[in-house]
Design a protein around this ligand. Structure first.
Ligand code: 6PG
Length: 254
């Protein structure tokens, strides 16, 4: 099954399973990359961690001829404040599942500088790197061509969690998110203004455990769910979800 609706800038595609969802994500990625590279010589992407996009990263890493990877600089949407070889590092996840399979220079992979002395300094320096790369003047936002986001069962996206002060951040491009629970890691994340300034945002969600969050975001538009606050100011918003994740959406909604 592949259904889509498109009221304005939102497109929702329901796919059979994770594999077909990854295939659809690859198609979108390729078409955006071609368009951006043709227009301005490169396609700047920001990628998320989590389990959902791993299949997509592994599959797209095999596409060599149809993608000019040397013209696709990669940034991280968010990162845990852990060493780069830590099992929870998004750098490690994206490096091992995608970048290691491409013949691109490491200068194209812009990771979060977790070697800094604190999550706050890491966020400051990541912001500095983004400002330099996009040659931003004071107060300007970067415009990523494509941003890939996931959604948590609690509605978090990137490292923006329900109730966090970071959701109100207006000035910074990247911030640190300190975790009070000992078993959870501090994080660094791009902020909502940066996310919402992207040309295209693609959410990936699969599995029944995501069904409630998908409904609360897409149908109820629940503002306490951070993913609901992802609303590109002048860009496209695409949800690629599998049937299980779409199972609580009202039939008429699709
Ligand atoms: C991370 C992400 C986070 C993720 C969601 C969904 O690095 O963990 O940035 O926002 O996308 O938690 O994660 P899953 O794909 O594992 O469900």
């Amino acid at each position: 099954m592949d259904k889509s609706i498109n009221p304005g800038k939102l497109a929702i595609k329901v796919l059979d399973d994770l594999a077909t969802m990854s295939e659809a994500a690859i198609k979108t990625f390729i078409s955006i990359a071609h368009e951006s590279i043709e227009k301005k010589g490169q396609c700047n992407v920001a990628l998320s961690g989590g389990k959902t996009p791993v299949d997509f990263y592994q599959k797209i890493s095999q596409i060599k001829n149809d993608l000019a990877w040397n013209k696709i600089p990669i940034f991280l949407v968010d990162e845990r404040y852990v060493p780069k070889n830590h099992k929870e590092s998004n750098y490690k996840l994206i490096k091992e599942n995608l970048c290691d399979h491409l013949s691109i220079g490491t200068q194209l992979f812009h990771s979060v500088p977790v070697e800094e002395t604190s999550p706050h300094t890491a966020a400051e320096n990541y912001e500095k790197e983004i400002k330099e790369f996009f040659m931003l003047k004071e107060g300007e936002l970067p415009r990523f061509d494509l941003m890939i986001l996931g959604i948590g069962e609690d509605g978090h996206t990137a490292s923006l969690f329900p109730g966090d002060a970071g959701l109100l951040e207006k000035k910074h491009l990247a911030i640190s998110v300190l975790n009070k629970m000992a078993d959870k890691k501090d994080r660094i994340t791009l902020t909502l203004p940066v996310i919402n300034n992207a040309e295209c945002i693609m959410f990936l969600a699969n599995g029944i455990q995501k069904a409630e969050a998908v409904k609360r975001v897409l149908e109820d538009k629940d503002p306490t769910f951070p993913a609901t606050l992802v609303q590109p100011t002048n860009g496209k918003l695409i949800f690629l979800i599998d049937q299980a994740a779409a199972s609580l959406l009202m039939k008429h909604f699709l």
